[in-house]
Design a protein around this ligand. Structure first.
Ligand SMILES: [Zn+2]
Length: 286
């Protein structure tokens, strides 16, 4: 599942190709994504110019002229493919899994003058949400928590959002309404670096622990973006290049490995929290 750093890479590649380009036509092959694609999606997008492509948490935000916004979420398996008109071979630039456009599960096609952008999603947990004015767009953003890279994400916000909750810190980090953009991989990595036991309840966190959490939430995501994301299950960007943050994983998918902390002789444990794989060192994370 792409997390914030991977979605950032997808956004960058998409922006590079579609910004300031006009959508000539739209074909919706399958409306049944996580939310049904709006009936007037094709009509409204047709002949509009893409003014910008942004990202917030794991949402890609496509801004079109006339205050029209499309929020795209890649869900578990969403990928974009770009096919140029005049080149027939090896032009499929995928963000995830196969480098070539799969035959099945292509749901939405955006047609531009010189290329087509195709959205593929085998599990269909992704979505395209159409917002028809600035107010609905603002309201949409209001309902998700601040992402750690947001300037409004500060220690005060973190404290306010965590310190009264009985839920464990790992589940809090994954709750997009509280803090957005952190998925399972990065939650494990942030908690190890912060020295926090994933099962610790939010209300038990002391101020110094919140400071670590604040610091490492930002640092881990920033570093992952710099490294081009993590290439789990063959994640690639539009240029077909793999990310390399997986080489920096300290605990994720490392059960039974030695703890990366040299002064520690424990092994990394794997447990389940809210049905998600959780990796941690019981000696270093209290
Ligand atoms: Zn350890």
């Amino acid at each position: 599942m792409p997390e914030l750093p991977e979605v950032e890479i997808v956004k960058k590649s998409l922006k590079k190709n579609v910004k300031d380009k006009k959508i000539l036509d739209v074909i919706v092959i399958n409306r049944n994504l996580r939310f049904k694609v709006d009936k007037d999606f094709e009509k409204i997008l047709k002949n509009r110019k893409i003014q910008n492509v942004n990202r917030y948490a794991k949402n890609i935000i496509v801004e079109l002229n006339g205050n029209i916004y499309v929020i795209i979420h890649l869900g578990m398996t969403g990928t974009f493919h770009l096919i140029r008109n005049n080149i027939l071979k090896n032009t499929n630039l995928s963000f995830y899994q196969s480098k070539d456009l799969p035959i099945k599960h292509n749901h939405i096609v955006l047609i531009f003058k010189k290329f087509r952008v195709i959205y593929n999603d085998p599990r269909r947990f992704g979505f395209f949400k159409l917002l028809k004015d600035k107010e609905s767009f603002k309201l949409y953003l209001k309902n998700i928590g601040y992402e750690p890279l947001d300037k409004n994400f500060n220690l005060k916000y973190l404290k306010k959002s965590i310190q009264f909750r009985k839920k464990c810190i790992k589940s809090i980090l994954l709750d997009q309404k509280i803090i957005s953009g952190i998925g399972n991989i990065y939650a494990n990595e942030i908690l190890f670096r912060s020295g926090l036991n994933p099962r610790k309840k939010g209300l038990k966190l002391k101020n110094f622990e919140l400071k670590y959490l604040y610091k490492y939430s930002k640092l881990v995501l920033k570093k992952a973006i710099l490294k081009g994301g993590s290439s789990i299950r063959d994640f690639r960007n539009t240029e077909g290049a793999k990310g390399s943050f997986q080489d920096n994983f300290k605990v994720y998918d490392k059960d039974n490995h030695n703890c990366p902390n040299k002064k520690c002789n424990y092994k990394i444990k794997k447990i389940k929290i809210s049905n998600r794989s959780t990796f941690y060192c019981e000696n270093c994370q209290k």
